[in-house]
Design a protein around this ligand. Sequence first.
Ligand code: NAD
Length: 325
Amino acid sequence: MNPPFSRTCVVKKIAIIGAGKVGSTLAQMMVERNVADVVLLDVIAGWPQGIALDLMEARGILRHDRTIIGTNDFADTAGADIVVITAGQPRKPGMSRDDLLMINSQIVTQAATQAVKYSPDAIFIVVTNPLDVMTYLTWRVTGLPKHRIIGMAGILDAARFQAFIAMELGIAASDINAMVLGSHGDLMVPLPQYSTVNGVPITEVLDTDTIERLVNRTRNGGAEIVALLKIGSAFYAPAASIRLMIEAILLNEVRLLPCCSYLQGEYGLSDLFLGVPTWLGCQGVQKILELSLTDAQSQALLECGEQVRQNIDQLERLLVEGKLS
Ligand code: NAD
């Protein structure tokens, strides 16, 4: 029996494609924030339905009022305001994110193509690795405007840098703002001069060797967790990072966050998606901020672009040959 009251028309809707560790953790975080209803989709029959029911049963205890539906049918995602793509395989120990390119290209093509059919007005947040290339692929196969396709990685990488700085100094992580640009991989570019403790650059409170050590740990932050978990990769901090993006968009907060955004000449790079400081609000990407960087940082960003470009070229070949559908 249908309930006598329906309020779905006034509540924002998020579709999460992929109900694995990242997707299901994000679903939990989103409903507990009471900001939007969630549709959780996966290819495994019963799995997203089970998670959704479990989360629905926690509602009364946790005192939130959001609805969560689990499904294997893209029709249930129709009319989503935001689509999050987490479908795909995570890394195994020893693998680089780029090793996932072939398998996840198929999955993301299928997921994005289906999702956009039912939610043509949605903003897409891409999470699947290799992140920068999967964000490009989502843009290519959905045909959506560039400002409505955004990859999540920089917030996570910055959160890791933030955590390591806080642990080193023994202070509150919330007092630290960190900035990390570039690709989501070993070549990422943490920016110490734009990373601060309540406005004070970390270069004032940490010596160069310590900063270098924390920068390297940030670059290997994902691999460090993969090596510990052995099966699967990080999901709590990734889900929290996606949550931040969703709230910036749904609440039109217009926050300056490192996001994987489409570049058209900024930082000397064009026609690819890469991590850059992005003003994020209800339209998606409102604007990209060009920071002044050291020569070494500018060069490092160009190298990220070079590596992403090679993977994009490989993708374009697969698309032209009709191998992705
Ligand atoms: P997971 O294996 O726990 O979950 C992936 C889920 O996707 C599985 O439940 C699987 O059944 C589902 N799936 C596969 N094909 C699908 C399809 N066609 N449609 C719908 N669902 C499908 O993995 P996870 O830990 O949740 O990670 C998901 C992805 O996110 C991985 O590629 C991982 O590398 C990536 N990731 C990215 C970041 C980032 O910073 N961008 C952080 C963490 C994880």
